[in-house]
Ligand binder design. Structure first.
Ligand code: NAD
Length: 478
């Protein structure tokens, strides 16, 4: 039974269709599963007007009440998790169980930010008698949020929860290819009693929407997750209006595997995690730098486990990896594999599109990939791993840092001195040791270098959505 929702825009607390709609496809079958209304400029103007009104109301709502609405919405999404996960699998392709875990992760982002809403403390600065210096944190204003297609639920949850917890209003443009997650977020917040205009959800032509929203004087923050090239473009647009940005961009995560580690366990963990979400994750482990003394054993185990990955329609219960989310990724991966082969990389397994219907791609492992291969610099954003040998930790760290990205990085070792050298030496916003988890509600997540600015999650997350105001109060006129 299909539970794919009837798609709408959500503006000023009301659901809206438009004259212009485009199909949403199931990437496993290429069949149309819904039609998505696209916003016209007049819809965006309505959203801006509603967000202005929403901000005026919402900024005055007590933090505990904001928190209660977020918690109520999270509880509703937990209740609806199967229905939401079904829709995500249909539009994105990921296995149902992964979709359900994503829904839960989205709820956790709501729950974390609900708690943080009540803890946005300012401070009192010690001063001379007769004067007080008080620092307040206040909501920044209207947020223009842009969320991508790889996590249709958890990515928009982060932006919506941050804005709402801080007392902002938000106009969210979620991904046109995967609109159902964002629609369910809006539905839950609507049902939880969020006042009209605090959240507005639009879809349409991305460049038209971003141009129109970012140039508007009332928009005070652009919060984007997506590719570095689009993030750079939006940052330049925002700079023209002195508008703040939160940019969660691409990654090309290195994994350093030291000679002292449990080789079998590390290889299996790497292969399983690499194929999660069909590798379409900005923190996906991709460049594996393995000590030469364990390289053969590690590669053999990794390749065997990767090749065993059960690929298919995410609705089948035993499937481990679904299709890629769209045809562009199939073309991009095919070109990267061909280029790597041409410059001398070994294709250990996979490397091709598979199946007659749908955007399926084989789990792919390349070994001994020369630095001249494009994939050593370009984020593959797909089920593709690179395994190369290194002579020592110094070489591994140098190679880990040899890309423009700096989002997530991983290390496998039991030696404290190796951990210390990795933590000190790797250029990344997140370093994880003996685990391939990089992003949790309670930990700050974000990049350095071309991977972006700002942090989502942790106690840092809400700071993007707030401004610092200092108040100097003299008890007498001086
Ligand atoms: P893309 O660069 O065309 O689009 C990336 C995202 O940005 C999409 O959600 C798209 O709707 C949005 N977008 C594009 N142009 C925009 C504009 N002018 N204004 C506002 N939003 C705009 O690429 P794609 O083919 O959709 O995805 C490919 C690449 O995107 C991947 O290789 C990966 O690097 C990156 N990506 C990163 C993440 C992430 O979590 N950091 C998520 C999805 C995609």
């Amino acid at each position: 039974m299909s539970t794919y929702p009837d798609l709408h825009l959500y503006i000023n607390g009301e659901w809206r269709k438009t004259a212009d709609d485009l199909p949403v496809l199931n990437p496993a079958t290429e069949e149309e599963i819904g039609r998505l209304p696209h916003a016209q400029i007049s819809d965006l103007d309505d959203a801006l007007e509603a967000a202005e009104k929403g901000f005026k109301t919402w900024r005055k709502v007590a933090p505990i009440e904001r928190a209660n609405i977020l918690l109520k919405a999270a509880a509703l999404m937990r209740e609806r998790q199967d229905e939401i996960a079904n829709a995500i699998t249909a539009e994105h392709g990921k296995p149902f169980d992964q979709a359900r875990r994503e829904v839960i992760r989205g709820c956790e982002f709501f729950e974390w930010d609900a708690g943080e809403a009540t803890r946005t403390y300012g401070r009192v600065i010690p001063s001379a008698p007769g004067v007080r210096y008080i620092v307040h944190l206040q909501p920044i204003g209207i947020v223009a949020g842009f969320s991508p297609w790889n996590f249709p639920m958890s990515q928009p949850c982060r932006k919506v929860a941050g804005a709402i917890a801080a007392g902002c209003s938000i106009i969210l443009k979620a991904a046109e290819e995967t609109p159902a997650g964002a629609l369910h977020i809006a539905r839950a917040l609507h049902d939880a009693g969020l006042p009209p205009g605090v959240l507005n959800l639009v879809f349409g032509t991305p460049s038209e929407i971003s141009e129109h929203l970012i140039k508007h004087e009332l928009v005070r923050l652009v919060a984007f997750t997506g590719s570095t090239s689009v993030g750079r473009h939006l940052t330049i647009l925002a700079a023209q209006h002195m508008t703040q940005v939160l940019m969660e961009l691409g990654g090309h995560a290195p994994v350093i595997v030291c000679e002292d580690t449990d080789v079998q366990a590390a290889a299996i963990s790497g292969a399983v995690r690499k194929m999660r979400n069909a590798g379409q994750v900005c923190t996906s482990p991709t460049r594996f730098f393995v000590h030469e003394s364990i390289f053969d054993q590690y590669t053999e185990t990794f390749v065997r486990r990767a090749a065993e990955t059960l690929v298919g329609n995410g609705m089948s219960s035993d499937v481990e990896m679904g299709p890629l989310a769209n045809e562009r990724r199939v073309d991009a991966l095919t070109a990267l594999v061909e280029n790597a082969r041409d410059v001398g990389a070994e294709i250990k397994t996979g490397g091709r599109k598979t199946g007659d219907k749908g955007y399926f791609f084989e789990p792919t492992v390349l070994a001994n990939v020369p630095d001249s291969a494009r994939v050593m610099q370009e984020e593959p954003f797909g089920p593709l791993a690179i395994i190369n040998p290194v002579a020592n930790l110094e070489e591994a760290i140098e190679r880990a840092n040899s890309v423009p990205y700096g989002l997530a990085a991983y290390g496998f070792t039991n030696r404290a001195d190796y951990v210390d050298r990795m933590v000190e030496g790797i250029e990344a916003g997140n370093v994880s040791i003996n685990t391939l988890e990089a992003s949790l509600p309670e930990t700050p997540f974000g990049g350095v270098k071309s991977s972006g600015y700002g942090r989502e999650g942790g106690i840092e997350g809400l700071h993007n959505y707030m401004v610092t105001k200092n108040v100097s109060h003299s008890l007498q006129i001086d």
